[in-house]
Design a protein around this ligand. Structure first.
Ligand code: GLN
Length: 313
């Protein structure tokens, strides 16, 4: 079934990519991290992988881009594997904010200093402080190794230019991290935690890498291609739920209605989406809607989901 469905998708995707690509005109490439401003605005690519490794892909799949906020899903999972649920949820909440990803607005609201969820910047920075390791180097090496296992791509690495560019300009993230330190939410040394965070945001991937990572999640933590058990099922369940409620920032409700799949976007224009039990999907389209999601990428996923009735709802 999924083989013939993927073949069917393959016949439709090239034309859909060209239609959705037009949307890029209405968005903007992120520039608050100066290095990201160099991204190709009109690029759009999609890669879909099934359980036996069969693929459908179209558009600019060859381009590399940094994971940015997509990485937050996997650092959350690693923090859960390192510390367990109770310890993680003592430091971050489980609720969407309805605010933009880098907002500080609600940090003081409910329990003082506890970020609403692990997929907004404040929450993800708190999560970075929970990654096990005796130094920033060891923590970052563990993150990279985990991402390499999930993607099946041992060559996965940082984009050093993007890393340095973010580290230099991250005044807002820095201010959140110091706030979290003051509230004793953030463990350890602030600049070390930020370094782990900037590094995981700057891991460079292609759509195929994202699709493979999504495929592992689509199969509850087991890589269906190799049989390797990479993530406990419970943690995939937690991560997928956050992706539905918070994965597309303050556009998560609309995305759940229009696409209906667990997904996570990043300001580089990447989107990772999961079709549970079936496919992993990676998309890139650097031109962003004002809420920070790839404008053409979301358009393409809407067409795909509607045509193949992929929504979970
Ligand atoms: N590294 C980016 C930041 O901290 C990630 C944000 C994003 O992708 N939305 O601002």
């Amino acid at each position: 079934m999924s083989n013939s469905e993927l073949k069917h998708m393959q016949t439709l995707l090239p034309e859909w990519v060209e239609t959705s690509r037009q949307q890029a005109l209405h968005g903007k490439v992120a520039s608050y991290i100066p290095e990201l401003a160099k991204s190709p605005k009109d690029a759009l690519g999609i890669h879909i992988v099934g359980a036996e490794g069969q693929v459908a892909s179209a558009g600019d799949c060859g381009i590399s881009f940094t994971m940015q906020s997509i990485s937050k899903v996997f650092t959350l999972i690693l923090a859960l594997m390192d510390n367990g649920e109770e310890a993680v949820f003592a430091k971050v909440g489980m609720e969407p904010t309805g605010d933009s990803f880098n907002s500080m607005l609600k940090l003081e609201l409910v329990q003082p200093g506890i970020p609403f969820n692990p997929l907004i910047n404040a929450g993800a920075i708190a999560i970075s402080s929970l990654i096990a390791g005796s130094s920033r180097e060891e923590k970052s090496a563990r993150v990279l190794d985990f991402f390499r296992n999930l993607s099946g791509n041992r060559a996965l690495d940082y984009d050093n230019d993007v890393y340095l560019s973010e580290a230099k300009t991250a005044n807002l993230n820095r201010s959140m991290a110091y706030f979290l330190k003051d509230k004793q939410v953030l463990q350890g040394e602030v600049e070390e935690v930020l370094d782990v965070y900037f590094r995981h945001c700057s891991i460079s991937v292609t759509c195929a890498d994202l699709a493979r990572m999504a495929l592992v999640m689509a199969h509850n933590g087991t890589d269906p291609v190799t049989g390797a058990e990479l993530i406990p099922r419970r943690y995939v369940q937690i991560a997928k739920t956050f992706m539905i409620t918070c994965g597309m920032y303050n556009a998560s409700g609309e995305f759940a209605i229009q696409v209906g799949l667990p997904a996570k976007s990043g300001v580089s224009g990447g989107i990772l989406a999961i079709v549970p039990g079936r496919y992993g999907i990676g998309v890139v389209g650097p031109s962003l809607h004002r809420k920070g999601n790839s404008i053409a990428g979301v358009h393409l996923l809407e067409t795909l989901s509607r045509t193949f009735d992929l929504s979970l709802f």
